[in-house]
Design a protein around this ligand. Structure first.
Ligand SMILES: CC1=C(CCC(=O)O)c2cc3nc(cc4[nH]c(cc5[nH]c(cc1n2)c(C)c5CCC(=O)O)c(CCC(=O)O)c4C)C(CCC(=O)O)=C3C
Ligand SMILES: [Fe+2]
Length: 349
């Protein structure tokens, strides 16, 4: 088994792509959603409503294929950078499930892996819950389970900013010339409960990414906004706002004629993007008479892939300087104890 040692003596012998997972057929949809929502304060009606979104796409979420595509792009990029480590893949909510992947890793003799989590920002959902998933998967495997460290979030990495700026630029360029110059850019991210936002850096990080992307494109402050999509939960619980559709209504009322919606909160064009933006938000924009374009996500953009390689190489001690732009430093490698606590139950100290 190949292994890469770091300057501090830690030896990694695998990379583990860690993601959300999604159904790959109509019969997967309900059990997948039950996995997502187990123990969460989300009404059954919401589950059934979202099931219909998935069923309207044949019960198949694109997210698993997008993970396969990312691995297919990452493997040669790692090799080219001299990192000779195998890439495994496990999900939180659907096959391949993390405990099965870790079992395989243990059988292959992996002692320590570096997890790349498909989440660019810190929150319970995107950070701690994945660390808990990894912990539970290790418990399920037992003594032979590999140790796992997680790669830092990259919300302010110059390549993440550049890739998203390119995606927004492409969407703006695709608008009719007469409305392009005054188009509004609505950056979107998954809404989370205020209680989750209050105990993480989620909104602060998102705002910084948007600010940096807008700055790179010289979009003035009054022509962009950070808004939220895909609200879940109980109707009475406060979640981050404004919702993208309400926001489109507000900008249309203020005289805007064209909008680009840019899902900077996500790394690939998965179901929340295809349904909540390409169906719902687009329909609302049409009702409002707005020209509408949806910017792409990073996906397998070569510069996103090379950034991931760089973040891995950081942890191998092969990169002299961790890169970050804007007002904040590169995020921590190892989460402190109080990082992104679970808002649904008191945090264990
Ligand atoms: C912050 C965040 C990210 C970004 C970070 C990351 O990438 O992890 C994210 C990503 C995603 N969310 C996804 C799908 C869903 N999220 C749900 C529910 C929820 N998401 C939440 C937050 C986030 N979600 C929260 C606070 C809930 C409420 C329940 C809970 O507290 O956990 C539900 C349940 C139904 C509903 O009510 O919407 C579904 C189906 C998919 C896969 C899409 C596909 O299948 O292609 C992806 C990548
Ligand atoms: Fe979600």
């Amino acid at each position: 088994m190949p292994a890469a040692s770091t300057t501090n003596g830690t030896v990694y012998d695998a990379i583990l792509l860690t993601s959300f997972g999604g159904p790959e057929g109509p019969e997967d949809v309900i059990p997948f959603l039950e996995n997502v929502l187990r123990g969460k304060p989300v009404p059954r009606e919401r589950l059934l409503e979202v099931a219909e979104h998935y069923q309207s796409f044949g019960g198949v979420s694109p997210i698993n294929q997008q993970c396969r595509d990312l691995i297919a792009a990452l493997e040669p990029a790692l090799k080219q950078a001299g990192v000779d480590l195998p890439v495994y893949w496990g999900n939180r909510n659907w096959e391949p499930m993390l405990p099965d992947t870790l079992k395989q890793m243990a059988a292959d003799g992996v002692n320590r892996a570096l997890a790349l989590v498909t989440s660019s920002y810190s929150s319970y959902s995107g950070c701690r819950q994945y660390r808990e998933d990894l912990c539970h998967a290790r418990e399920a495997v037992g003594d032979e389970a590999p140790a796992i460290d997680k790669v830092r979030v990259w919300y302010n990495h110059p390549d993440w900013i550049a890739v998203n700026a390119e995606r927004v630029r492409d969407a703006l360029d695709d608008l009719p010339a007469d409305v392009r110059e005054h188009a509004h850019v609505a950056f979107t991210a998954h809404s989370i409960p205020n209680s989750m936002a209050d105990t993480s850096d989620y909104a602060r990080q998102l705002h910084e990414t948007c600010r940096l992307v807008a700055e790179a494109l010289e979009i003035p402050q009054d022509r962009w906004a950070l808004v939220y999509q895909s609200r879940s939960g109980r109707p009475g619980d406060p979640w981050l706002e404004p919702d993208v559709c309400d926001h489109l209504e507000a900008v249309a009322a203020a005289g805007v004629r064209a909008a680009v919606v840019a899902p900077i909160g996500f790394v690939s064009d998965h179901m929340e993007v295809l349904f909540d933006l390409d169906e719902e938000a687009r329909a609302r924009a049409e009702e409002l008479g707005l020209a509408y374009r949806r910017a792409g996500t990073a996906g397998t953009h070569p510069r996103f892939v090379s950034m991931l390689v760089e973040l891995i190489r950081e942890r191998l001690g092969e990169v002299p300087q961790k890169r970050a732009v804007g007002e904040f430093r590169p995020n921590h490698d190892v989460c402190p104890k109080n990082c992104c606590p679970n808002p649904y139950r008191p945090s264990p100290v």
